[in-house]
Design a protein around this ligand. Structure first.
Ligand SMILES: Nc1ncnc2c1ncn2[C@@H]1O[C@H](COP(=O)(O)OP(=O)(O)OP(=O)(O)O)[C@@H](O)[C@H]1O
Ligand SMILES: CC(C)(CO)[C@@H](O)C(=O)NCCC(=O)O
Length: 230
């Protein structure tokens, strides 16, 4: 059995294959590229041999693209039969990546906190296999882009080197501010939640896990899609 898994985020679309008990990342592609060349993406998927397709998409156009081209696909949403309960005011609007990450976390515990560091930084509480909600704030790259876009003098920074507080140049100050607000935002959120193990995921998860105590699980969304697919 070969299960193809797709995690379509706002920045990048990640594709993995699960076969013989092994999860194998296949490729990641900028979301914008999929939106601009949808047929190329569909062809890339059709070139892969698989029996089942599971998708967590937070990009409507990509959800529709998959639905149209792969009618048998399992599209993660709160409407499906899930291994968790959803206690959220607007379950129909809850991001599929949040649902999948919460399901993936069951591999580690019944109660835990997910810290998902992508386009947005999301901290979610799952207690006794029930999704209880969380916080959403701008992600690392999103903050960096916005500061550059909204100002005349602030450059667009990257996070390749070590970040020091206090910063001693414009670039260092922005890097320090973004990291401090991300780490600080996560810690302030956790301080307001019941104590549970932390699962950290997302493109910026590795950076964040150097500053926040938790388990870094880059494939948490894929694990969740698989759990729902089974
Ligand atoms: N496997 C990887 N390959 C390349 N870059 C990665 C990888 N994992 C993390 N990154 C880095 O993490 C950053 C953030 O990842 P990305 O922008 O893809 O976020 P994301 O978690 O996929 O967000 P979203 O799910 O919202 O699209 C990227 O700028 C990239 O530098
Ligand atoms: C918060 C993001 C952007 C994180 O990828 C995504 O889960 C999303 O678009 N969610 C929809 C809103 C919600 O979850 O309530």
């Amino acid at each position: 059995m070969r299960s193809l898994l797709i995690d379509a985020g706002n920045t990048s679309v990640k594709v993995a294959l699960f076969e013989d008990g092994t999860l194998q990342p296949l490729f990641r592609i900028p979301t914008i590229r999929v939106l601009e060349h949808p047929a190329d993406f569909v062809k890339k998927l059709r070139d892969i041999t698989f029996n089942k397709l599971g998708v967590a998409s937070v990009v409507k156009e990509i959800t529709h693209l998959i639905e149209e081209n792969f009618p048998g696909a399992l599209i993660v949403s709160a409407n499906l039969k899930l291994p968790i309960k959803i206690d959220y005011r607007t379950p129909e609007l809850l991001g599929a990546d949040r649902i999948a990450a919460a399901c993936g976390g069951l591999e580690f515990a019944d109660s835990f906190i997910v810290v998902s560091c992508g386009t947005a930084t999301v901290v979610d509480l799952v207690e006794e296999k029930t999704f209880k909600g969380g916080v959403i704030f701008p992600g690392v790259e999103t903050m960096a882009q916005l500061l550059n876009l909204k100002t005349s003098q602030l450059p667009k920074v990257n996070f390749e080197g070590e970040v020091k507080i206090p910063g001693r140049s414009t670039e260092e100050c922005i890097q320090a501010g973004i990291l401090a607000s991300t780490i600080g935002g996560i810690k302030e959120t956790i301080r307001n939640l019941p104590q549970h193990p932390l699962l950290i995921t997302g493109g910026w998860g590795e950076l964040v896990s150097r500053h926040v105590k938790g388990t870094y699980v880059p494939e948490l969304v894929f694990k969740g899609i698989l759990k729902i697919l089974k």
